[in-house]
Design a protein around this ligand. Structure first.
Ligand code: GLN
Ligand code: ZN
Length: 762
């Protein structure tokens, strides 16, 4: 360890594990998109990035935190940054410059597929999956963490560089296609440790006092071999002759066995999440090996927007003082997952507003807890009692909804057998095998966005807005007919976002103005806040869907967002079990489904792209989650006739853990993301004898690349080889709203061609 560090640097004190980076007004998003479109050059992009880093560091330093995190900025994703940092760049990108390779891995190019994009644990953030093979040779290739440290130092701010740790990096990576069977990324641990070692010693040379290595992968159940690898990695890193102090952060759950393993190595500090799992506190306070460690207690929820019960947090922290050598306080995880600043909001009403805290406010909460510990609660008495008051405020109550919930019986969550339904639906719909469809949204053109904005600002009145939307719906229906799709959609032009659209119409939800959080790359979402009892004052989608169906004889799918996703992509009240909140949303959706059915829609899709996202990391908590998630979906969808076909859509491809849940949803047709993972899903489904219909996505809509007919045919052939054609659908792997027409039109035509060709072959 570097012996010259100041005594001040030995403690972490108060800190946050990470911070948002997209910009309070989405400055980075705008700069990235301008850069990709060729409207600004790389210097301008770099200038925006440097400005965002500077304002973040300065704000955090001025807030009174003792330790400011560094290297939390990213142009796209921290896993991608780390892959490039250590030279884990697959061969297909290596002819490109550093910047071009970076964005090609993120987004693909016409001739180059991107890396796979996947959910970051149970959050709404997505990371790029590093592709590793036995040929991967790690080597320190960029100097991003070092450069950002210097940049902050030049502003007079000492930072603590943060990056994913080696275990999490490897456990989240995947074997590159074509790797020998049996190869696992974890096999590469020794080589990777050497690169981390080199980075750490270079950071020590720069005078860096602390480095934070994020190991959220450790809050899931890990095998004995993985725990041995963990011990090996941190024994080796902590034995380096010259290195900064190491803070290893495990968050999104409790560390379990990994806690003792880490505490047994010579790393100086562990950051633990005391919010996500109530069992974590006991684990930490009884681990004797923590007595000579610094423990950074994650007491402020980094994932939600509710104010912290500061008095409770202070007493939790105080209770830990005797169990550890030195106590720091922090957020439970990076603040990446919450919006920047509550003070930017002008339309949030009291008393809701008083219950909320965004990133800036959470930083202040951490500072307050730190001061209470150091100076005594009297020093922050005002803050503590304000928090007492705020956390006592109750949300909206709806007795009618509560009465309906209390009266629910099992038959409200059950339909007839799949065989019987399939038969009734075959007769009513008369679709070919390998029926073609899309997932729901069509590209959101400038006109569509302008019309929605026009309604908001009053430039368009309700009638003008309806005309604009109907014109768009008609155009999209005619296009789909022309392309030759079998089941049509209305295109969702009226929706800003699949959750927000419904949240705006349901009671019990509030919307923010600037509450953006990063979803992936430049994509941001503005999660609504579910703060009270939920109910549906009036139908939400019936007019648009009915209009679309009136234009065509082909079936149009009604399109709703399911209860789990309505929760997963919102900030949800923490004052009652999620299961109850989910059922409230499900009842509102059930009424909407009935209204759509009555209006003549023969197919209704209830999207649950987030089903896997909320899955708790520890197996012992998964069953309970799956039960209420499935129960809520079934409550929403079981009120229909046998002949009404229920579809669902799931946005991921690795669904080993939720495969039985998908089965239990009992949807007639399930469409899934599959294109970026070579249709692996289909094999998995065949493996469990999945008995309903499936639409494995053959066209990767997350990339601007247009797939050729040949490529789609190969994917389809893989599907047909694994599952009977009459139970297969042909579709893209997600909604098209982030794409442009010149991309999707040829892709959809190729998709219809490929389906026709496959029908002939089968
Ligand atoms: N129906 C939605 C759409 O097409 C589904 C989006 C999603 O799965 N995230 O946009
Ligand atoms: Zn999707």
């Amino acid at each position: 360890m570097s012996q010259h560090s100041h005594a001040l640097n030995e403690s972490i004190g108060s800190t946050v594990l990470g911070y948002p980076r997209i910009g309070p007004r989405r400055e980075l998003k705008k700069a990235l998109e301008s850069y990709w479109a060729g409207r600004i050059d790389s210097d301008e992009l770099q200038a925006t990035a440097a400005e965002l880093r500077r304002t973040t560091w300065e704000k955090l330093a001025a807030s009174g935190l003792d330790s400011v995190p560094g290297n939390t900025f990213s142009f796209y994703d921290q896993m991608l940054d780390t892959a490039q940092l250590f030279g884990a760049v697959p061969r297909r990108y290596r002819h490109l410059s550093t910047t071009d390779a970076y964005f090609a891995m993120a987004r693909g190019r016409d001739d180059l597929a991107p890396l796979e994009l996947t959910k970051w644990f149970d959050t709404n953030y997505h990371y790029l999956v590093p592709e590793l093979s036995p040929e991967t040779r790690f080597a320190l290739t960029t100097d991003k963490p070092i450069a950002e440290y210097r940049e902050a130092s030049a502003l007079g701010i000492v930072t603590r560089p943060v990056l994913p740790g080696p275990l999490t990096f490897l456990l989240l990576a995947k074997a590159a296609p074509g790797s020998p069977s049996g190869f696992q990324p974890l096999d590469l641990l020794d080589g990777l440790i050497e690169s981390y070692a080199e980075l750490l010693s270079r950071l020590a040379d720069e005078g860096v006092a602390w480095v934070q290595l994020d190991e959220p992968a450790l809050v899931a159940d890990r095998t004995p071999a993985e725990l041995r690898a963990l011990e090996h990695a941190y024994t080796r890193l902590s034995a380096l002759p010259s290195r900064p102090r190491l803070l290893v952060a495990g968050y999104f759950g409790r560390l379990g066995d990994a806690l003792g393993v880490l505490a047994g190595t010579d790393v100086e500090a562990l950051a633990v999440d005391l919010v996500s799992d109530e069992r974590a506190l006991a684990e930490v306070s009884t681990e004797r090996k923590l007595r000579d460690k610094t423990v950074v207690a994650g007491l402020v929820d980094g994932r939600n927007v509710w104010r912290t019960d500061l008095r409770a947090a202070v007493s939790t922290a105080a209770g830990l003082l005797g169990s550890v050598r030195d106590l720091g306080v922090s957020t439970s995880c990076s603040l990446l997952h919450v919006p920047y600043d509550l003070d930017a909001e002008h339309d949030l009403e009291e008393p809701l507003r008083r219950r909320l805290a965004f990133a800036e406010q959470k930083v202040a909460e951490v500072v307050t807890i730190g001061r209470a510990l150091r100076e005594g609660p009297e020093a922050v008495a005002g803050q503590l009692s304000a928090a007492d008051e705020a956390t006592r405020v109750e949300g909206r109550r709806d007795d009618q909804v509560r009465a309906r919930l209390a009266a629910l019986r099992p038959e409200h969550r059950a339909r007839a057998s799949f065989e019987r339904r399939a038969d009734a639906q075959r007769r009513r719909l008369g679709l070919p095998e390998l029926a073609t469809t899309t997932i729901g949204s069509f590209p959101q053109t400038g006109e569509v966005r302008a019309a929605r904005a026009g309604l908001r600002t009053g430039r368009l009145d309700a009638a003008e807005y309806t005309t604009a939307m109907r014109t768009e719906i008609e155009r999209v229906v005619r296009l789909q007919e022309d392309i030759g799709l079998d089941v049509l959609v209305h295109g969702e032009p009226e929706r800003n976002d699949m959750v927000q659209y419904f949240a705006e119409q349901l009671d019990g939800y509030a919307a923010t103005e600037f509450g953006w959080v990063q979803s992936y790359g430049s994509r941001c979402v503005r999660p609504p806040i579910l703060h009270g009892d939920v109910s549906r004052p009036r139908p939400m989608t019936v007019d648009w869907s009915t209009y679309a169906q009136s234009l065509t004889d082909r079936p149009v799918k009604g399109m709703l967002t399911g209860p789990v996703t309505m929760l997963a992509w919102s900030f949800v009240r923490a004052d009652q079990p999620l299961a109850e909140t989910a059922d409230q949303v499900a009842l509102a959706l059930r009424d909407e489904v009935s209204d759509l059915e009555r209006a003549g829609l023969r197919i209704i899709q209830v999207d649950e792209p987030a089903l896997r996202e909320l899955l708790p990391p520890r197996r012992d908590r998964q069953q309970e989650y799956v039960e209420w998630g499935v129960a809520a979906f079934r409550l929403a969808t079981s009120g229909v006739a046998d002949a009404t076909q229920i579809h669902t859509h799931l946005c991921y491809s690795e669904f080993g853990d939720v495969i039985t849940a998908i089965d239990a949803l009992d949807a007639d047709v399930t469409s899934l993301e599959a294109a970026r993972s070579n249709m692996e899903v289909v094999q998995d489904l065949a493996g469990i004898g999945f008995g309903r219909a499936v639409g494995p996505g053959v066209y990767d809509i997350h990339s601007p690349r247009v797939p050729g007919s040949e490529e789609l045919r190969t994917s389809l052939a893989a599907a047909v080889a694994a599952l009977p054609a009459e139970r297969l659908w042909v579709n893209p792997d997600c909604g098209l709203k982030t794409r442009r027409y010149p991309e999707i039109e040829p892709a959809l035509r190729a998709l219809v061609d490929a389906a026709k060709a496959a029908r002939q072959d089968s």
